[in-house]
Design a protein around this ligand. Structure first.
Ligand code: NAP
Length: 254
C-alpha cells in the first residue's frame, strides 16, 4: 500500500489494535483510531508519524447505539480498510458469570463487527480495500471456563471465512486467529495468570503476520509457530482428551 488510505481500527487503545495502528501508520495514511479510553487513544495518536492525520473516536461497542455512534463518526470518510479488532473475554464457569456481561461480550465480539462490516461494505468494495477480522484460536475449539468467548469467536471466524469466499473477487479479507498474546486481554478477562504461557506470542509478530497475509491477498492467518502448534494440537488431539487438557489449563493456569 503506497497511496494515501483511510483505515478504521476498532480497539486501537489496546494491545493488537495499538500494534495495527503502529504498523499501518504509513506515510499519507489516515487512521481512525477507535476505543473507549480517550487518554490512551490520544497518546497513541501523538506517538504516530504525522499525528495530525489521525483521528480518535470513542464508542461503546457492546450496545447498538455505540456502533451507530462509530458509524456516524466515520460517515464523512470513504474507508479503504476496516480492522475489526475490539473485543474482550470473560473467564469463569458459564453458570457463574453474569449473563448480562456475557451478552455484552457477544455483542462486542460478534454483532459489532458484523454490523460495522455490513454498513461499510459498499465503500470498502468501491475502493477494492480490505477487512481484517481479529478472531481467535478460541474460535476453533470449545473452551471450558470461557465458553461464551469461544462461542463468540467461533461465530466470528465462521462468518469471516464465509464472507471472504463471497467477496473473493472484490475485497481482501483476513481472518486472524491468534492464540495467547501479552496484551490487556488476560487481565480484563480475569484469566488465571499462567494460562497458556508457553504459547504466548508478541503482538508485533501477530500483527506483522496478519499484514503479510493481507499483502498476499488475504486468508485465514494463524500467526507464529507457537500458535500454529496449538492449532495443530486442536486439530489432531481427540476431542475428549483435548477438552480435558483445556479444562485443566483454563481452571488452574499452567
Ligand atoms: N491477547 C490475546 O491473547 C488474544 C488472543 C486471541 C484473540 N484476541 C482478540 O484480540 C482482540 C484485541 O484484544 P487485545 O488482546 O489487544 O486486548 P486488549 O489489550 O484488552 O484490547 C482490547 C481493545 O478492545 C477495546 N474494547 C473492549 N471492549 C470494548 C467495548 N465493549 N466497546 C468498545 N471497545 C472495546 C478496548 O478498548 P478500551 O481499552 O479503550 O476500553 C481495547 O482497545 C480482541 O478481539 C481479542 O478477543 C486476543
Amino acid at each position: 500500500m503506497t497511496e494515501p488510505r483511510r483505515i478504521l481500527i476498532t480497539g486501537a487503545s489496546g494491545g493488537f489494535g495499538m500494534e495495527f495502528a503502529r504498523q499501518l501508520a504509513l506515510p499519507g495514511h489516515t487512521l481512525l483510531l477507535h476505543g473507549r479510553d480517550e487518554a490512551r487513544l490520544q497518546q497513541l495518536r501523538e506517538s504516530l508519524p504525522e499525528p495530525h492525520r489521525h483521528r480518535c473516536i470513542r464508542a461503546e461497542l457492546s450496545h447498538p447505539q455505540g456502533v451507530q455512534t462509530l458509524l456516524e463518526a466515520v460517515a464523512d470518510t470513504p474507508l479503504y480498510g476496516l480492522v475489526n479488532n475490539a473485543g474482550f473475554g470473560l473467564w469463569g464457569k458459564f453458570e457463574q458469570v453474569d449473563i448480562a456481561e456475557q451478552l455484552n461480550m457477544l455483542r462486542t465480539d460478534l454483532e459489532a463487527p458484523m454490523a460495522l462490516t455490513h454498513a461499510l461494505l459498499p465503500q470498502l468494495k468501491a475502493q477494492h480495500g480490505f477487512i481484517i477480522n481479529v478472531s481467535s484460536l478460541a474460535g476453533e475449539y470449545p473452551l471450558p471456563w470461557m465458553s461464551g468467548y469461544a462461542a463468540a469467536k467461533a461465530g466470528l471466524s465462521y462468518w469471516s471465512e464465509a464472507l471472504r469466499t463471497e467477496l473473493a473477487d472484490t475485497l481482501r479479507i483476513v481472518t486472524l486467529a491468534p492464540g495467547p498474546s501479552p496484551t490487556g486481554f488476560r487481565r480484563i478477562s480475569g484469566m488465571p495468570h499462567a494460562t497458556g504461557n508457553f504459547f504466548r506470542t508478541p503482538a508485533t509478530l501477530v500483527v506483522r503476520q496478519a499484514l503479510q497475509c493481507l499483502q498476499h491477498g488475504g486468508g485465514y492467518c494463524v500467526p507464529g509457530w507457537r500458535h500454529r502448534l496449538l492449532w495443530l494440537m486442536q486439530k489432531t488431539v481427540p476431542r475428549r482428551f483435548g477438552l480435558a487438557i483445556m479444562a485443566g489449563q483454563m481452571q488452574r493456569g499452567s
